[in-house]
Write a protein that binds this ligand. Structure first.
Ligand code: AHM
Ligand code: MG
Length: 341
């Protein structure tokens, strides 16, 4: 029986810890370091979940008055989540360096002997923090290229989407869900707060090949590239549902389970796209491909988009295979028509 068969056969009720251990046992040369790192992320997620649940009761909502490297106002919970993840990853000992949306430079953990680096958006969907709408954490893990025992250089983070060894997200929603991949399918775990455990609840997630949900910020419609406007017209003609909450993890998770497509194209305000390649687009692209879907930046496979700097932005089109392919087809047709003129 392969590990995948075993996973499918597992009854719901398997804890994340146990699942990670089984996964590790399936690889005879695994050292357990990646497993420990995933556990550390889960611990931080539980703590962040607790902090988020207190929002409104204690003073953790609202802005702090500072802005991050992208010039966006930092929310208190953004910073709390950032600190919690940094602490868990530093104390866990498996990570040599971290890139966070909330810090301009690489955070050195002091664990120069560690073999992994992590890129993270500790709390995504900032505009929804104060209003009790779902928010999330997105993470991406790479094996370092630089020699163990040295400080991690920038290049360890600029390996490109295909070099990811694991990626995942936590959705703090109607329940808290952790979804991740190590390149062998995608699995989701729901947090049972009274037991303090994540339990396997979505084994071997596959995104439906087709969907009838499209997610985009329609307020930017005047800036949409023509192929996207045309595709959206098709969606409307087909009476598809428009669903957009403005929390990438929430919008992504819904479309992953139900089938759908999410776009953040270039706009006048954000000509290179709004979302960050390293800790938003790459990890979700890895997950969607592992779940049988597709991700592009409107021009090429997202995982192959070249990364030159830590906080680089990208356009994103991600979701059910047939929907993304249809957008690609329209884009190609438009380009050919333009070239023929
Ligand atoms: P953030 O990292 O500052 O929270 O921004 C990312 C968020 C995504 O969660 C979401 O999909 C997008 O920005 C929403 O942007 P907009 O409000 O422009 O539609
Ligand atoms: Mg973000």
């Amino acid at each position: 029986m392969t590990f995948l068969d075993e996973t499918i056969a597992l009854p719901v009720g398997v804890t994340l810890d146990r699942f990670i251990k089984r996964n590790q046992d399936a690889f005879p040369f695994a050292t357990g370091e990646l497993s420990q790192l995933l556990r550390d992320i889960a611990i931080a997620a539980k703590i962040v979940n607790r902090e988020i649940n207190k929002a409104g009761l204690v003073d953790v909502t609202g802005a702090i008055g500072t802005s991050n490297v992208q010039g966006e106002m930092q929310q208190k919970l953004d910073m709390i989540a950032h600190i919690r993840f940094m602490r868990a990853l530093r104390n866990g000992g498996e990570v040599a360096g971290i890139v966070s949306e909330e810090e301009e430079n690489i955070v050195m953990t002091g664990n120069d002997d560690a073999r992994y680096v992590v890129a993270i958006d500790p709390l995504d969907g900032s505009s929804n923090i104060d209003v009790n709408v779902s928010i999330g954490t997105i993470f991406s893990i790479y094996r370092r290229l630089s020699p163990v025992g040295t400080k991690v250089p920038l290049d360890d983070f600029l390996q490109g989407g295909d070099a990811q060894v694991a990626a995942g997200y936590v959705l703090y929603g109607s329940s808290t869900v952790l979804v991740y991949t190590t390149g062998h399918g995608v699995n989701g775990f729901t947090y049972e707060s009274s037991l303090g455990e994540f339990f396997l609840s979505y084994p071997t997630i596959k995104i439906p090949e087709d969907g009838s949900i499209y997610s985009i910020n329609d307020g930017n419609a005047l800036d949409f590239p023509e192929p996207i406007s045309d595709y959206l017209d098709t969606c409307r003609t087909r009476r598809y549902s428009s669903r957009y909450i403005g929390s990438l993890v929430g919008d992504f998770h819904r479309n992953l389970l139900k089938g759908g497509i999410y776009f953040y194209p270039p706009t006048a305000k954000t000509p290179n796209g709004k979302l960050r390649l390293l800790y938003e687009c790459y990890p979700l692209a890895f997950i969607i491909e592992q779940a049988g879907g597709l991700a592009t930046d409107g021009k090429q496979r997202l995982m192959e988009v070249k990364i030159k700097n830590l906080h680089q932005r990208s356009a994103l089109c991600i979701g059910s295979t047939n929907m993304v392919k249809e957008v690609e087809k329209i884009t190609l047709q438009k380009a050919e028509m333009l070239a023929a003129k």
